[in-house]
Design a protein around this ligand. Structure first.
Ligand code: 5GP
Ligand code: ZN
Length: 119
């Protein structure tokens, strides 16, 4: 799906303000809100306002939107006081744990990450 919004998409509804999201930052092209089920003390989702199902699809559709998501994610890490101690995670496909098919980046921090151990 490459339409700019999707009527049955959870994150499009949060972008539109139709369902609540605990917003921590936003830009003209992206928004950031806290994950409803945090996996770490800092767990923020950064999503483009435009609907694309995956980050790969977003990259194919718009360099500008892709860059904006990552720029806002870095801004969130600054705001949360972890500018040099966070991970960005992007799940792609249900087999990799993607459950919401609107492109998003997880910003995670506040846990002890183990060097050399990705998963
Ligand atoms: P995924 O598994 O697709 O990479 O990430 C989807 C994330 O969205 C999950 O971490 C899940 O906890 C979060 N999530 C699901 N529903 C909601 C919701 O209604 N509000 C918020 N803020 N996060 C949600
Ligand atoms: Zn969407």
């Amino acid at each position: 799906m490459t339409s700019q919004t999707s009527s049955d998409c959870l994150f499009c509804k949060i972008v539109a303000g139709e369902i609540p999201g605990d917003r921590v930052a936003e830009s003209e092209r992206s928004i950031a809100f806290r994950d409803i089920k945090p996996a770490a003390p800092v767990h923020v989702l950064v999503v483009p306002r435009r609907h694309e199902p995956t980050v790969g699809a977003l990259a194919a559709a718009s360099d500008v939107d892709l860059a904006d998501v990552f720029r806002l994610a870095a801004q969130v890490a600054d705001q949360e006081g972890v500018p040099d101690a966070y991970r960005m995670i992007v799940n792609t496909g249900s087999a990799a744990g993607q459950t919401v098919f609107h492109a998003h980046v997880h910003v995670l921090a506040g846990v002890a990450f183990t060097e050399g151990r990705m998963v």
